[in-house]
Design a protein around this ligand. Structure first.
Ligand code: GRG
Length: 295
């Protein structure tokens, strides 16, 4: 009998772990406050939830997830750093994030930058300071650095900030989003494969699923900026228009973007079909996490 944990149960595991462990590793009260403010501001925990679900599905719900939590939650620390820095006046200049004042609005620019620095650094500490094998910790460190660093998310952010107001082609927009948003989500799935010691073929398909999920995530975010509500998204909408952002609706219109989303989601489902042939994972194991893309 397979009992996978619900998305809510996975989010609770992550929330409880983060509440306890950031405090244990931080040595300055204001910094701790600023780091915890953004980490505990009600994020969806999508990236660690994806990793935990993949591990749980691979192990058919039979293994306690506790030993994985520290390494799994590293990506959430890193993701939160990226949001704090992205919101700064020098970048996206946002006042609202996750429905609350952004970190720099509450703590000022200097502390917000340092809270981001603290979270980024702690993420890599957590990848090595855990009970997983050294070889696994090493691979995770390498992959997260590649995904988040100058070949991944940071590169994507530079492409974004240096092209505002300029028209990018579809290929360029894809590259921008694959790096800026997709790389961390792709990593979240690759990390699951590394943590369960899967073979290269399996890790490759898990990574491909992560890539498609990440792309769908960005397309959906762009779409919701056009047709969503502030209440649902926890941030101002129609902001992309104001800033002449390179988006999917900008390239394909709203209906064309819905079509793109559906194409990418069917590629993600194809990856799951492949995984179901070579691992204990079932095609339906991600139904709830794919339901996020509801229009
Ligand atoms: C500052 C180096 C640096 C990078 C920032 C991720 C990023 C790069 C910027 C965010 C820009 C943005 C709003 C992209 C849209 C997709 C996205 C990443 C949304 C936020 O992620 P969620 O929805 O957030 O997972 P929660 O709050 O649920 O954690």
């Amino acid at each position: 009998m397979v009992h996978l944990k619900s998305v809510e149960a996975l989010q609770n595991l992550v929330n409880d772990f983060l509440k306890k462990e950031i405090k244990a590793d931080t040595d300055q009260a204001l910094l701790l406050d600023a780091m915890q403010y953004s980490v505990n501001a009600g994020g969806k925990r999508l990236r660690p939830a994806l990793t935990l679900r993949m591990i749980d599905a691979f192990n058919q719900g039979q293994q306690d997830l506790g030993m994985y939590l520290k390494a799994v939650c590293a990506v959430e620390l890193l993701h939160t750093y990226s949001l704090i820095h992205d919101d700064l006046p020098a970048m996206d200049n946002d006042d609202l994030r996750r429905g609350l004042p952004t970190n720099h609005k509450k703590y000022g620019d200097a502390v917000a930058i340092l809270a981001g620095d603290g979270l980024l650094t702690l993420a890599f500490q957590w990848l090595v300071d855990n009970d997983l094998d050294n070889q696994i910790a090493r691979s995770l460190t390498m992959q997260l650095a590649k995904s988040a660093g100058p070949a991944g998310m940071v590169a994507g952010q530079v492409i974004d900030v240096s092209n505002e107001g300029k028209h990018l082609s579809y290929t360029e927009v894809q590259n921008l989003h694959a790096k800026k948003t997709g790389a961390l989500i792709e990593y979240a799935m690759q990390a699951a494969g590394i943590m369960v010691n899967a073979n290269q073929e399996v890790i490759k398909v898990m990574t491909s699923f992560g890539g498609h999920y990440g792309l769908a995530f960005q397309i959906y975010d762009d779409l919701m900026d056009q047709i969503g509500t502030t209440a649902r998204m926890g941030k101002l909408i129609h902001k992309d228009d104001l800033e002449a952002k390179n988006t999917y609706p900008g390239l394909f219109g709203v209906e064309g973007t819905k079509q793109k989303l559906s194409e990418v989601l069917s590629l993600a489902r194809k990856d799951l079909t492949k995984l179901a042939k070579i691992t204990p994972i079932k095609v339906t194991d991600f139904d709830d996490l794919l339901a996020y893309f509801k229009i």
